[in-house]
Design a protein around this ligand. Sequence first.
Ligand code: AMP
Length: 381
Amino acid sequence: MAGDYAAATGRTIGVLGGGQLGRMMGLAGIPLGFGFRFLDPGLHACAGATGQLMQAAFDDAGAARALAGQVDVMTFDFENVPDSTARAVEEHCPLYPPPGALGACQDRLVEKSLMDELGIAVGGYHAVSGRADLLEGIARLGYPAVLKTRRFGYDGKGQAVLRDGEDLERAWQRLGDEPLILEAFIPFEAECSLIGVRGHDGETRFWPLTRNVHDDGILALSRPGGFDAGLQAAAELTMHRLMDHLDYRGVMTIEFFLREGRLLVNEVAPRVHNSGHWTIDGATCSQFENHVRAVAGLPLGATDMHGHALMFNWIGEMPDRAAALAVDGVHWHDYGKAPRPGRKIGHATVTAASREQLMARAERIARIAGGRFADLIQRLD
Ligand code: AMP
């Protein structure tokens, strides 16, 4: 078994989190000769298919310490790793990306303040720790605005769009017990993300900017490429600045709003990201492989994309696999998770030699998948 070979040769990577991102790290790292051990509270965490699974809570510092003692280097597949767990790991082995990056990205207010400090453009925001702050924020930013929890929000959870005083009251009732941030609503032309990697020696590589379409706050479609070189350069400069500041190592993602030709940072994830799944089938080296390479101190791989690609996210249910695989250029990824509404259970990347061929194939997949995909795909233009 890969895990035993890697243990015998001293090349084992520990991962805090055993979800699909950890699983895809495993799938990318095993051919390089690494073994994987995952820590996750779920008995059936899907990364378990690619390495040994230790079942423990994320705040179980003893378990994290034990895992760190069995591996050569550790990383994580989600950003809400408790500080105490990160410190426990570091007593035994290096943790990448560095815990400072976790601290910067776990709290939306801390993250936005860091962007200000580094001169990186973000939309207007206002810290809310009480009702008076909320009213002050609305007076400053105006309606519409978005009220979000500072921590633990993802896929549109823990947030509410405020269009008037009624929305404000309702959102305050629902979210008011937690530290919050009020953001100006950005009427963006598009959402996009940049994924990049910084290696052990400070070398950086970036994949092409990827356009993202969300449905109900959850990523539905990602299509890389098609942005002008100036925008790509601006996005890379932003990430470079952030990576240097954090002395970063590993893959990073920045989600942007595109508004009047400018990029505004929405949020930063110190990890591999759903909008980079297309890199497995559409780029020379995937985000997962490059993350493993960076963490393990190996040279980075090329991030150029070959041809055209478009990723469909499967949320809650998977379309007919046989029908989808009958379309040329379809790469299927089933995470082995039980289907549940709102849960990410797989994705498919469609690749093609030309944009026309890509869209023709994607439209066939959209018809097979049904639901809202036929409409969502129009938003990619
Ligand atoms: P988040 O969890 O912050 O990435 O938000 C999820 C989605 O909600 C984003 O991808 C946007 O589509 C939308 N959204 C979040 N914040 C804003 C904002 N300030 N203005 C407009 N749309 C937003």
